[in-house]
Design a protein around this ligand. Structure first.
Ligand code: HEC
Length: 159
């Protein structure tokens, strides 16, 4: 009887440990910051990687609009695809786990919207593509309004 109880306690304990690590891996961490947004602590390298990804995203968005104004839908599709989910495949897991779950969802949703722009570009419907771009960019705004990265210098000499 006692060993059965012990076995169940062990199962319960292990379940808790697994749940804790599963939570740690997917939940990420963000803290309140001075400007009212939630701040995510990254190393300088991680921050640089993310910000480069952001600047590339802005560049792609501009290039999509320029191609659209020329009614060059093949280029719209190519650029939108390259700004879609395939970018996330290159993000290292260690960085990923620092991003809070709602932010990850917002990021994935935005990438998926770029995939949809790519998929629909063949319809050659400028109004539709512009509407999709406007909607996707609402996500850029929403995420920037809610989250920021730490300057990456916390814990370094002199801080
Ligand atoms: C899921 C969240 C999220 C989404 C979606 C998002 N961003 Fe960002 N972006 C951030 C964060 C966080 C920063 C850093 C802001 C800070 O620390 O003040 C940032 C910074 C930037 C920067 C500044 C880069 C630099 O070098 O300082 C640009 C440009 C940018 N984003 C463009 C975009 C564009 C364009 C989109 C949409 C197509 C977009 N972002 C969507 C989270 C996001």
């Amino acid at each position: 009887m006692r060993s059965l109880k012990l076995a169940w306690s062990l199962v319960a304990l292990l379940t808790l440990v697994v749940a804790f690590f599963a939570y740690k891996f997917t939940a990420g961490e963000a803290q309140p910051s001075q400007d009212g947004r939630l701040e995510i602590q990254l190393t300088p390298d991680e921050r640089n990687t993310f910000l480069l990804e952001m600047r590339t995203w802005m560049q792609s968005t501009q290039a999509i609009m320029a191609a659209l104004s020329q009614e060059d839908y093949a280029t719209v599709a190519k650029l939108a695809k390259a700004a879609g989910m395939e970018v996330e495949e290159a993000t290292p897991a260690v960085m990923f786990k620092k991003i809070p779950l709602p932010m990850k969802k917002l990021g994935f949703d935005t990438r998926a919207q770029f995939d949809a722009i790519a998929a629909d570009a063949g319809q050659k419907n400028m109004q539709r593509t512009l509407g999709q771009l406007g909607q996707a960019m609402n996500n850029c705004i929403a995420c920037h309004a809610t989250y920021r990265f730490s300057d990456g210098l916390v814990g370094q000499a002199g801080r």
